[in-house]
Design a protein around this ligand. Structure first.
Ligand code: FES
Length: 111
């Protein structure tokens, strides 16, 4: 198993659930990967902090219902499927994120 494989199956504790209030987008770096952690309607989502359009960060984006919008050119990404809207055409990767005993855990493995 390569180091990358080991990192991808490892679960990272990204902080207490209180650090991710409802409707927040929070930057974190786990396993050398820049990600954003989102809390929307009590569910946690984790995705790369990188728009698939022109690779700008998305941590300064805007949350819509079930989506994050990149402020740079307006692409949106579905938080449950990763599906993109124009001008992005490529889905965004979604990582596993869940709350366990008051902590938010992220696994760098595609959902
Ligand atoms: S970089 Fe995100 S929409 Fe262009």
């Amino acid at each position: 198993m390569s180091a990358a494989d080991a990192a991808s199956s490892e679960s990272f504790d990204v902080g207490s659930a209180d650090e991710f209030p409802e409707g927040s987008i929070t930057e974190r770096t786990v396993g050398g990967v820049d990600i954003v952690v989102i809390n929307q309607d009590g569910a946690f989502y984790a995705l790369p902090d990188r728009c698939t359009h022109q690779h700008y960060p998305i941590h300064d984006g805007e949350l819509l219902d079930g989506k994050i919008k990149c402020i740079h050119h307006g692409a949106t990404f579905d938080l449950n499927t990763g599906r993109a809207t124009l001008p992005a055409v490529k889905k965004i990767q979604l990582f596993q994120a869940a709350e366990a005993a008051g902590r938010v855990m992220v696994t760098l493995q595609q959902v």
